[in-house]
Write a protein that binds this ligand. Structure first.
Ligand SMILES: [Ca+2]
Length: 256
């Protein structure tokens, strides 16, 4: 496998909300802006004010996340200005704060510096699994690469074994808190969002991030350790998709 394989979504946040994956999942801002001063890769990162900002990518990728035995991964470069509140950085979730029940999943940093992920098994929020790293894997004021994998085909340990988490290419112990029965992410209409969750109402932001997000991706498969190494790239990171060197197509004649 190569890092580009099954890459479903790839925003680079270079002063626009364009998806570079080829799937055309371009987004737009709800209050969020771009920063040329605090960035990890390319010209800019996306910037969130901790109050009411998000990147809004509409109801996309539902078939990647929802359903039985789904496998997916996502990774982003994150920079938190502080850890004074729980701050959502990637989600497909609408809840009662949006006046709706479209819970699918959300990922965030906690005030203790742990990365957390809640996977919902029903849109109402009655059954879910919360996964988290130990405290203090995230520090405010610097760029860190957070990579999460989810394998819905694994049911051992009440679903604990479905999730792995890495920070800066290092595996972190994952603990899990169950609520209700183990299941699958339900099909829903919540919007995919960065920097906060917005739901299908599209206007209300909750749990906003105070900081920056740069190059990230969603894959419809479990990333390998080689993929993780490619993403980390010795700490320099990479923009997605990788453009690989090869025989150019402009020599004339037919390409294939
Ligand atoms: Ca960028």
């Amino acid at each position: 496998m190569a890092i580009n394989d099954n890459l479903e979504f790839a925003p680079n946040f270079n002063n626009d909300w364009t998806d570079a994956s080829g799937n055309g999942l371009d987004g737009s801002a709800i209050g969020a802006t771009f920063s040329s001063g605090t960035k990890k890769l390319g010209s800019h990162s996306s910037a969130y004010d901790g109050t009411d900002d998000a990147g809004n990518f509409l109801n996309v990728l539902n078939s990647v996340f929802a359903g039985a035995d789904k496998k997916f991964s996502f990774a982003f470069w994150l920079y938190f200005n502080n850890l004074t509140a729980n701050q959502r950085y990637f989600a497909k979730l609408g809840d009662t704060t949006q006046g709706e029940n479209q819970r699918q999943f959300h990922a965030w940093v906690q005030t203790d510096g742990a990365i957390a992920l809640r996977i919902h098994f029903d849109l109402l929020g009655n059954a879910s699994r919360k996964y988290e790293t130990p405290a203090s894997v995230i520090s405010a004021g610097g760029w860190q690469l957070v990579r999460i994998t989810y394998d819905g085909s694994i049911d051992t340990n009440d679903g604990l074994d479905r999730v792995t988490m890495k920070v800066d290419d290092v595996d972190k112990t994952v603990s899990m808190t169950p609520t209700g029965a183990l299941g699958d992410i339900p099909s829903g209409t919540a919007r995919v969002s960065t920097g906060g969750y917005i739901g299908s109402s599209g206007s209300v932001v909750s749990g906003d991030m105070d900081g920056f997000i740069d190059t990230g991706g969603v894959w419809s498969r479990i990333l390998t350790s080689d993929d993780d190494d490619d993403l980390w790239n010795g700490g320099a990171g990479i923009e997605l998709p990788i453009v690989t060197a090869g025989f150019p197509f402009f020599f004339g004649g037919q390409s294939h």
